[in-house]
Write a protein that binds this ligand. Structure first.
Ligand SMILES: [Zn+2]
Ligand SMILES: [Zn+2]
Length: 357
């Protein structure tokens, strides 16, 4: 028989690790309140309440905390705790710095061909100055008309143009071709297959119908993830957050607080399992107003065995320096560099995407 763990100690440990990872206060409080509510309870009563499911009748104990208690008493490390311990004892700041230093390129950027503010050349030069070896240009696809999405015809012209720009750029750096393709309502991708096959990197994102009901959104995402053209699943939940992330102060933050949007609803475990199975990378979107996926989902994707891409989704040259924010979030979740595809060289990256066609 497995020996029971101390459920109170586990709840308190979870609260501590959540706090350390800078999670929302209400989340931390849930675990502390549960620990407090159960602290004085005789072991026999605790076991009985877990057995007959009456733990949640107590003030301060919810479904999630009750599950943790049940797992502890059964002698298992609670799943919730297991997802957090990856960062235990590490210097998160140093981890984030090391991760940022390991990144050799950016796989999600926009130019003025779609809704970005600057020409491709300008974006590329800024990336060179940041020390990148490559920049993947991922302008929008046709259906995203508000963002001047590129038709197949315009994308073909862009590919010719990129070839010319590349010829003039410093040696050791290159623009990789790509797209941020819309994942359509039925899960198909909004660009011709022959073009998707020709591009170096394909990021796929949901930009419409973000309020699809859960089963529909799950089906939609599963179909996209299984598409061999899709390399990276972009800003997974579509959320917009209003909070100011650590490190962002001053005028750069202006405008980020105006609009917020809830996460879209889907079966994250099913989607991440599919990403792992099809070797589709999960994007950690660095934009301060997105911070997508949220940390609890980054942890689940990590546990599912997914690869990641830490991208800026830059729409202007200065935004290419936002990768640090994504690295901080990744470090808080214990994402190791060897799971991050943009730590690879351009050759390795393209070799990987091409095996996927
Ligand atoms: Zn997008
Ligand atoms: Zn984008």
């Amino acid at each position: 028989m497995t020996r029971a763990r101390d459920p109170i100690a586990d709840l308190r440990r979870i609260a501590f690790l959540l706090e350390r990872a800078n999670e929302a206060t209400y989340r931390v409080r849930a675990f502390r309140s549960a620990a407090k509510a159960l602290a004085g309870m005789p072991a026999a009563e605790l076991t009985e309440r877990v057995g007959n499911g009456t733990l949640t009748e107590l003030a301060g104990v919810g479904d999630v905390t009750a599950r943790c208690v049940a797992e502890s008493l059964a002698g298992e490390e609670p799943v919730y705790l297991r997802r957090l311990v990856a960062t235990e004892g590490s210097d998160l700041d140093a981890e984030a710095t090391a991760l940022r230093a390991a990144l050799r390129g950016d796989c999600h950027t926009h130019s003025d061909w779609s809704d970005g503010g600057s020409p491709i050349e300008e974006m590329a030069l800024a990336a060179v100055e940041l020390g990148h070896e490559y920049l993947v240009l991922t302008d929008h696809s046709p259906r995203l008309t508000v963002a001047r999405g590129l038709t197949a015809e315009r994308l073909r012209r862009q590919l010719d143009h990129v070839a010319q720009v590349n010829a003039a750029l410093p040696e050791g750096f290159r623009i990789l071709t790509g797209i941020e393709v819309d994942i359509l309502a039925d899960g198909s991708l909004d660009q011709d297959d022959d073009l998707l096959a020709r591009l170096d990197v394909v990021v796929g994102s949901v930009h419409s119908g973000l309020k699809d009901e859960r089963s529909k959104m799950t089906r939609r995402m599963l179909k996209a993830v299984a598409n061999p053209h899709l390399d990276i699943l972009g800003h997974v939940t579509g959320r917009m957050v209003s909070s100011r992330p650590a490190g962002v102060t001053g005028p750069g933050d202006r405008g980020h607080r105006a609009r917020t949007r809830a996460e879209s609803d889907f079966d994250a475990d099913a989607v991440f399992a599919a990403c792992a199975a099809h070797d589709t990378a999960v994007e950690i979107n660095s934009r301060p107003e997105r911070q997508d996926p949220p940390k609890r989902l980054i942890r689940r994707a990590l546990e599912a065995g997914c690869r990641f891409a830490i991208n800026t989704d830059a729409h202007a040259p200065g935004q290419l320096d936002w990768q640090r924010f994504g690295c901080e979030r990744a470090a808080l979740c214990g994402v190791p560099a060897d799971r991050v595809i943009n730590t690879w060289s351009a050759e390795q990256l393209v070799a990987w995407t091409h095996t996927r066609t």
